[in-house]
Design a protein around this ligand. Structure first.
Ligand code: ZN
Length: 306
């Protein structure tokens, strides 16, 4: 009798053990977990080696005050996600976002359709849509955010990720960082993104008119002159005056209209009469009453060839 009970028990044990084994081998939990590479454990930063974390160097909006508009088609949850993401960035950086009805710098819109990218659901899209390159900056004149999937996380991680793309941040290779290309609720912003933002935006939003390609020729007592002036700054320039001097005597003065960021104008002068013979030096100067990023590039001196 004892043997019989023992036999039944051991039979049951083998059956249940193999059932467990079967479940273990053939019905794995469908949870995808990222294996963090050792160098990224306890590291939440965008990068480990301080390499460029934006799409381009010095990529920024003209001012630390950035306007935005959330599309009316976004539902309440996505609208709240976008607003919370904006607030998180405002609290961590010197950036200040303000809503506008038209002519926004960042447009946030939404779609409910499900998009897939081979293996993954696409959570959203974001990035600069208009960049103007100047001497010192890549200036974002417009950016966009598209929210597709609603956030399942406590923090609005998807909206924050897309907003950071719109501000110019690329993807990170650190799975702990918010800019990793696959979204996970535990991902955080880290320290280097706010530090980068604060550094780039520490330069005030000012215009910067400067000379490019200036050439002149003297024929007897007449000067011909060509000058290209570009705004390499972070703001549209004000009205300014271009003054042409021959040996420090003012010969000609013209007003120029405001110039947009990154734009330039070329001025051509023919037959400017000079009262003196033997001009040694021609000076062209930009006279603007407003502050600029750099005033040292506001004049150029051309020496006459002997
Ligand atoms: Zn992304």
């Amino acid at each position: 009798m004892k043997e019989l009970i023992f036999g039944i028990l051991s039979f049951l044990f083998i059956v249940s053990a193999s059932a467990l084994l079967f479940l273990y081998w053939f019905a794995p939990f469908n949870d995808v977990e990222f294996i963090t590479k050792p160098e990224f454990r306890n590291n939440y930063n965008f990068s480990l080696n301080g390499t460029t974390i934006q799409f381009y160097e010095n990529l920024r909006y003209p001012s630390e005050r950035i306007s935005y508009k959330i599309d009316d088609i976004c539902n309440l949850q996505k609208k709240a996600d976008a607003e919370n993401a904006i607030e998180i960035l405002e609290n961590l950086t010197i950036l200040d976002f303000y809503p506008v009805i038209t002519n926004e710098e960042i447009f946030i819109t939404c779609e409910n359709k499900i998009k897939t990218d081979e293996r993954f659901f696409v959570a959203g899209e974001g990035g600069p849509t208009n960049i103007t390159k100047t001497e010192n900056f890549n200036v974002i004149l417009h950016g966009g955010v598209l929210l597709l999937r609603k956030s399942e996380c406590e923090r609005p991680n998807i909206a924050l990720h897309e907003l950071l793309h719109a501000i110019g941040f690329d993807h990170s290779t650190n799975p702990n960082n918010i800019m990793y290309n696959i979204s996970k609720c535990s991902q955080v912003l880290g320290d280097d993104i706010p530090e980068t933002i604060n550094k780039i935006y520490s330069v005030e939003s000012k215009a910067d008119l400067s000379f490019e390609n200036v050439s002149a020729a003297i024929k007897g007592r007449y000067i011909d002159l060509n000058a290209t002036i570009r705004n390499n700054g972070l703001k549209i320039s004000d009205n300014a005056k271009i003054m042409i001097f021959a040996d420090d005597k003012l010969q000609k003065e013209v007003e120029i209209e405001p110039i947009q960021i990154g734009y330039g104008i070329t001025l051509t002068f023919k037959n400017i009469f000079v009262s003196d013979f033997n001009v040694k030096e021609i000076k062209v100067a930009i006279n603007s009453s407003v502050e600029e990023l750099d005033k040292n590039n506001n004049q150029i001196i051309l020496e006459t060839k002997k």
